[in-house]
Design a protein around this ligand. Structure first.
Ligand SMILES: [Zn+2]
Length: 279
């Protein structure tokens, strides 16, 4: 027990401020409390010498960037087949205006999943300074058509656009993949290369952030290129789709139902977008 005061003294000698400076006698009880409180507030506002150096309040990393997030499908689509089955021109073919999307075997709809992940992604990107637009305002409506989903990215002159989905494949299939546009002799051609860069950045961040494997059943190393998606064919801004995994695979379905995992997905997507936007 005699060792303790010696230790305290040694610490005081090294870090005078930790022991209240010179220490000229004991202050009265009231003074002690006041001093302690002043010390606490001083400590919290003073820079921590061990903290990473952050001198000026740096500009947020995504300031000046616009991101359009397209949560796939919509919660009201299934109740409105007439509206979503209307055919629209996606340049390489005619397709349904929108689709219902898939669901987990126990009934968690893809539209709810994409909406939740997208809302989380909006928050993260805004906190990093980006201007962010969603292609739908809720998960209770219908559509919009895939043509309009692309147009929203174009009208907002997005620096990057991302369509969030999850797949509905055979139960044994698993893993995520990213879909990028191909040249179609159309408006997407000038952004095919940029979209590919965006896709690789998001692929890398997604794997690192979520730990999910590359798709076992689509694409090569989780990269897939398509010319049949209206959301890509009609985009004049760099745009990709991410298929976060297979909702019909039990292990991935369980992950998608977990809000903490959806947050990990959103964070991974934000990191991928940021890597692309800052490169
Ligand atoms: Zn989908």
């Amino acid at each position: 027990m005699r060792a303790l005061p010696a230790t305290v003294l040694a610490v005081c000698g090294l870090i005078a401020s930790a022991c209240g400076g010179a220490g000229s006698g004991e202050p009265a009880a009231g003074q002690a409390a006041a001093t302690a409180s002043a010390r606490t507030s001083a400590t919290t506002t003073e820079p921590d010498p061990t903290a990473p150096v952050e001198r000026a309040p740096a500009a947020k990393p995504l300031e000046g960037k616009t991101v359009v997030i397209d949560p796939g499908h919509n919660g009201g689509n299934a109740r409105n087949p007439k509206a979503i089955n209307r055919k629209v021109n996606v340049l390489t073919q005619w397709k349904a205006c929108d689709t219902t999307g898939t669901a987990t075997d126990d009934g968690y709809p893809e539209a709810a999943f994409t909406w939740d992940v997208s809302k989380r992604l909006v928050k993260i990107l805004k906190s990093r300074g980006a201007r962010v637009k969603l292609t739908r305002p809720s998960n209770t409506g219908v559509g919009p058509c895939i043509t309009e989903r692309a147009a929203i990215g174009n009208r907002n002159k997005a620096d990057a656009a991302i369509s969030v989905h999850a797949d509905g494949s055979a139960a044994a299939n698993h893993g995520f993949h990213v879909i990028m546009p191909k040249k179609i002799n159309g408006p997407v051609d000038p952004v095919v290369k940029k979209s590919s860069e965006l896709g690789v950045a998001v692929r890398d961040a997604f794997r690192e952030g979520t730990g999910l494997p590359y798709s076992t059943y689509i694409g090569s190393k989780a990269l897939d290129y398509r010319n049949d998606l209206g959301g890509l064919n009609l985009s004049t801004v760099p745009k990709i789709f991410v298929e976060c995994g297979n909702m019909r695979n039990a292990a991935e379905a369980a992950k998608f139902r977990d809000p903490r995992f959806r947050q990990r997905i959103a964070l991974a997507l934000a990191n991928g977008l940021q890597h692309y936007l800052n490169s």
